[in-house]
Structure formats: structure tokens, C-alpha cells
Design a binder for this molecule. Sequence first.
Ligand code: 13P
Length: 287
Amino acid sequence: MRAKLDELVTSALRQGSAVPAFTCYDFTTALAVVAAAEEAGRSVILLVAPKTAATPSGLRLIAALRALAHDASVPVCVQLDHASDLAVIVDSVAVGADAVLVDGSSLPFEDNIALVRAARATLDAKGFPGVVFEAELGGLAGDEDRAFASDSAGHDAAGLTDSSQVEEFVVRTGAQLLAVAVGNVHGKYKGEPRLRWDVLQDIAVRTRIPLVLHGASGIPADELVKAASMNVGKVNFNTELRTGILATLEAETASHRADGENLQGLLGRWTSSASAFAGTTLQTLSR
Ligand code: 13P
């Protein structure tokens, strides 16, 4: 069943857990993630990258994910991730995205707020009033679609969320979820992740809306569980999911070619890899 992002996350937080969000570049991965969520009896979020959504095929993928969410036996939300282009936001919502991360985190504070407000005004004007917004305060190192090692410990302090701005940012943007930069990075961590728990704690006491941790790939399970106790209700994964799929395809392609160009069998391996990762993550977060 389709679910509203804020309600799904708030309800998980009430039970002391966070909901995982997985980037899906394709339908096979999304099917596997939803199957894992159904198996676990837990909610899940399907993320679509803005580069995917910026193409006609990407918009068709969003429409397909919406149908998948509708058909699922557990609550599923489809979210456009890291969007800053108003046209892509409108197109994605028009074909079925239930929620959007309006990402102005690379902009100055006022411009970030203005972008989120402009996205809301544009969607309202186009007749899409109920879309749930996540906004991001503080910049994350790393690439969202390609994994290169980024340094969490050496994270530029200016990139961390400035907790003193949180209340004003939340009120003025009207965001329903807040993505934070607390030493988390997109892609691979150079060395061990070093989350700034002091900054996260300081943010958590300043707003009641759920917090979002991007760059969850590589963060140890016990730290993800600890984050949920500090109001982090949504945790985003991409790198670990696609690393597992790519490793599986690399290992399995030759034998499936030899087995009569068996694409169906290879897709089964792809599905198993994605389901296993999603299932383990769902289990970790429901501890
Ligand atoms: P990772 O690729 O580091 O898991 O980050 C995913 C993410 O934050 C998507 O928004």
C-alpha cells in the first residue's frame, strides 16, 4: 500500500526504529526491495535519483514504482531524492512520486529556504498539494550515484549541519523531514565513519520533525540503531545495495552466459542480492 513518508517514518520512530530508503535505478531492484519488506512485514522507501527522474524512462520508472507501492502488502513510499530542479520535481510528482527531497544544501541558507518554498509553491500551483517534503541543511561530501572514498573524519566543519539554524530552517521551509550532515558522506568512507553524535543530539533537541541520515552505506549497524534513538527515522542506502548487485553480476555473468545466455537466471541472482541486503537492513533497523 502506498504510504505518506512522514506518517510512515513517525510511526516507525514511535516504535523506536527507523525506516530504510533504498535507491532504485531499475525495476528489478525495486521488486527485490519490496519483496524483502513484505517478507519482513516492515515499511520501506523507494528512492529515485534526480538523474534517473530527469529522463522519460526515469519518469516511467517512477510510475511503475508507484504501482508497485500500491500493490505491496506493506506501506511503501516513492520519493524523488536530492532534487533541485523544479521541472523535474513537478514531472516526478505528476507521474507518482509521493515525496521529494528538495535539496538546496549546496546553496547559502536563504537560497536553500527559497528553493524549498519555491518547490512547494510550484507544486501547489500545479495542483499537487499533499506532497511530503524532506529538506537538507548542511552539505554532504561524496557523489550520490558513484562511490568514491570520502573522508568523514576530515569532513569540512562548514559542511556539518549548523544546529543553531535548525529551528528557523524547519519553520520557514515547512519541511516535514530534515536531512542532516553529521559526518555522514555519500559513497564510500575513507577509513571508519566518524559520526558527530554531539551535533546530532543538538539537532534532535531543536526540532520535532524526523531526521534523515543519508550516506548510511558503511555505517555500522549499532550506530544506525543508536541514531534512531536520536530521532533519525529514515536512513538512506545506495552504495552498499549496488555494490552487492554489481559483485553478484560480475561473479555470475560468465556461468549464466555459458548456461544458454540465461538472463532470467542472472536476474534471479540480482534479485537475491538486493533482497538479502534489504532484508538484513530491515532487520537491523527494527532491533
Ligand atoms: P550511500 O550511497 O552512501 O549509501 O548514500 C545513499 C543516499 O544517501 C541516498 O540519498
